[in-house]
Design a protein around this ligand. Sequence first.
Ligand code: HC1
Ligand code: SF4
Length: 563
Amino acid sequence: SKYMMIDGMKVRFSDEKNILTVIRNAGIDLPTFCYYSDLSTFGACRMCVVEDQWGGIIASCSTPPKDKMEVKTSTPKLYHYRRTILELLLASHCRDCTVCDKNGKCSLQDLAYRFGIRDIRFPNSACQDPIDNSSYSIVRDPSKCILCGDCVRVCNEIQNVGAIDFAHRGSNMIVSTAFGKNIVDTNCVNCGQCAAVCPTGAITIKKNTREVWEEIFDPKKRVVVQIAPAVRVALGEEFGYAPGKNLIGKITAALRKIGFDAVYDTSFTADLTIMEEAAELIKKIESGNNEFPLFTSCCPGWVKYVENQHPELMEYVSTCKSPMQMMGAVLRDYYGSIDKEDGKTTVSVAIMPCTAKKAEAAREEFMTEGRPDVDYVITTQELADMIKEAGIVFNELHPEGEDMPYSLYSGAGVIFGATGGVMEAAIRRVVEDKSHQSLKEIEYSGVRGMKGIKESEVPFGNSVLRVAVVSGLQNAETLIKKLQNGEVKYDFVEVMACPGGCIAGAGQPFSHLKDKKKRTEGIYDVDGSEQIKCSDCNPAVIDLYDNVIKDRAHEMLHVHYQK
Ligand code: HC1
Ligand code: SF4
C-alpha cells in the first residue's frame, strides 16, 4: 500500500484527493480558511502550506499525495510564512472583534490567537465599502472579508445561484454582487449557505433576537413560539451535546424560562401540510396533467429559486403554505378571539434551522391586515444565544412538554427535517397499507440518505408513484434539465435548498457532513419511537379540520405566490 512520510512518520493513504486530507487523518490540525471538501479547491489562503524534502513550500490542499512523498508540517520557514499570512490578512481586516457578530466563532480570530499574533507590521487597509444590510437573511460586511472565496463557490457550485462573485483585480479585489447591487436586489435565495461557510464576519446571518427580547419584555404582548423539526437535534451542539441528540424537552423548558407564553411544534403543521399536499397530488394525478411533477413548497429558498430561474415551473409548485406559515395562520386564528377578550396582542415567533424562513415570513403573501402571520423568525443559533444571554444553565434543565393542542405530531411530521422526509411522509399518507411492514418498505425505498438526488417508485393503487428527492439547488437544476428534456418523469418531487435538508440549514450550528448524518439519525430516531406514524392518524389534525378549519382550508393553508 502507498504511504507518505509526514514529519518523519509513516502515514498510509489510498484515494485521498490531497495531502491535506492525509495530514489531517494523521491527527495534525493543519489550518485552512478556504478549503471545504465538498467545494472545488481554490488554494488561495495558503495557510495549509507544508515543506517538501527539498525545502520547497507547497499548498497541501491542491497537491495530490504521491507514494513515498516526504513533507513537514511544522518548520521555522512555515512558522514565519503562516504568521506573515495572518498579519497580512489582519492588516486588511476591520478588527472590531468585541462587537463583531462572529466574535468567538471566527476562524481568523482563532488562528490569530493560536499563532500568538500580537502586533502587525503593516498599516491597516480594510475595505471601506458600506455594510449591506438589505437582506432579511444575511448581512455582508466587506471590511471583514479575507477573499477566501468560500461564499462565492458555495453560491455557484452548490446552489447554482451565483449572486456573489469576485470583482476587480489585484489589491482592489473584493467579493461583490453584480454591479455592486444590494444583495436583496439580486437573485439571492436567502439560503444563508454563504454565511455558514464564511470563516469571518464578512457574511453573517441577520439577527432578530433584540426585537424578540423587546416583545417578551412588553407586558401587553403575549409571545408564542413554534419550533421546527430540525432544531431539536442540533441546538445541543452549542451546549456540548453530540449532534443528533433530541433535546425538545429541555428546549421547551428554556423557552418558557426566557419568557415565551406558549410553545408549539411546527411538526404538527407539517402533518397538516401533508394532508393538503397529498390531496393536491392525488387531484393532479387524476386530472391527467402529468407532464411535470408536483414540487414541494415548504422550502422558501427553493420557491425563490423557481421564481427567479424557472418561472415556467411555478404552476407545478404546490400551493400549500409551508408548515411554518400554516402554523402562523392557525395561531393567528386561535389567538384572534383570545386577544379581543384579554386586550393583549399575540406576537408569533418561529425558531427555524433556516435563514430563508426570515425572508419567507416577510413576504407580502403572508400578511394579514398589514401584519405578518409570523412576526419574527430566529435561527437555532440565535436561540442558543438567547439561552446563554438569559443565563440559563441549559444542561441542568428538566425536560418539559410543549403546549397543546398544536404540538401533537406524528413521526411523519418530524422527519420533515431531513432530506426525503417530506416525501416519506407523503407516501405514508397515500399508501393504503399502513402496517409496520409497509412502512419499513417505504423507509428502504430509497428516499432516505444524504445523496443529492434520490429516486424511488412505490406501489400506488393499481399503478406506481414515481418520486424524486433533491437537496442543494445545483442538484435541483440538474433534475429540472432532465425533466425538461424528457429524460425522466416523476409524479412528485421534494426539493430542499440546503444539501441534506433542514438539519443542515444555515441557521444551525456550523457542521460537517458527519454531524449532518448524526442529526439525520436523530430525526429518524424521534420518528422511530413515535406511536403515531402517519399524518392522517394525528388526532389533533383531525380535530383541527373538524372544529376549526372546516371549509376554510383554502384561505388558511394555501398561498398563491405573486412575485
Ligand atoms: Fe424545515 Fe419545514 S421541515 S422547512 O426543513 O417544511 O426550516 O426543520 O420547519 O416550514 O415542519 C425548516 C425544518 C421546517 C417548514 C417543517
Ligand atoms: Fe448565494 Fe445563498 Fe448566500 Fe444568497 S444566501 S448569496 S443564494 S449562498
